[in-house]
Design a protein around this ligand. Sequence first.
Ligand code: ATP
Length: 270
Amino acid sequence: MSKPYLELSGVDMRFRTDKGEFEALKNINLRLKKGEFVSLIGHSGCGKSTVLNLVAGLHAPSSGGVILDGREVNGPGPERALVFQNHALLPWLTVEQNIALAVDNTFPHQGRAERRERVKHFLALVHMSHAAHKLPGEISGGMKQRVGIARALSVDPKVLLLDEPFGALDALTRAHLQDSLMDIQAELGNTVIMITHDVDEAVLLSDRIVMMTNGPAATIGEILAIPLARPRNRVALSDDARYHQLRRRVLSFLYEGHDNVSTLARTRVA
Ligand SMILES: Nc1ncnc2c1ncn2[C@@H]1O[C@H](COP(=O)(O)OP(=O)(O)OP(=O)(O)O)[C@@H](O)[C@H]1O
């Protein structure tokens, strides 16, 4: 791979607990190109959120490091935007004000008109202009996630970190949001790491799927490239043999039962 945009190298994460140290992650090595969409998949509790939190700068690794665009990550910052399963919008602010807050904090040097224009642009991008003046309590779960994504994108992050962003949504709303996310990524070329438990979602959206072994001392067991042409259409893919093959590969990884000991030897730098 040419020079990576985002690189995790030799990352170990040990947490201090009442019962002593808990080794959550061991020797995570991952490189992303600019504009790449990578999903993290693995059994519950294996350490996916911990990986995302390390990239976000919310945790510092016990060993190893994270480098984004040539600079070591050593704390949270607007160039790494997080979107959670639960939107985390401020309930007393309107949709527009929620995004404006992020924009105003990140671009205080810009003029007011320019910042308002930016808010409008990102609301339109997620098809939420019509609800600009509503409060989060007045819109649906899917709409809240759209606003959360618009807010994250509105600060021009270098990397977008999505922690099961559609996990709480019904299947149809989830499908609409996945399609929107693919459209947005095609337009903006964001570099994205997304945690998901949904194999179809991972195959549909990703350039590569990073499959993690079970913890403790979880690591990367396998990385699967998804060479399906874009734009991708879920209905067309349902008849595509390669799609089903890729899907099967992920399912077999998840159900083969990977613990850290059996797979450490195969861990490699992607
Ligand atoms: N602050 C912490 N202190 C101690 N242990 C922690 C801490 N944060 C996470 N862990 C442990 O590290 C392991 C990985 O947790 P993490 O939340 O990253 O897993 P996950 O794969 O995202 O799980 P899920 O899919 O259920 O959300 C778990 O065993 C968890 O209990």
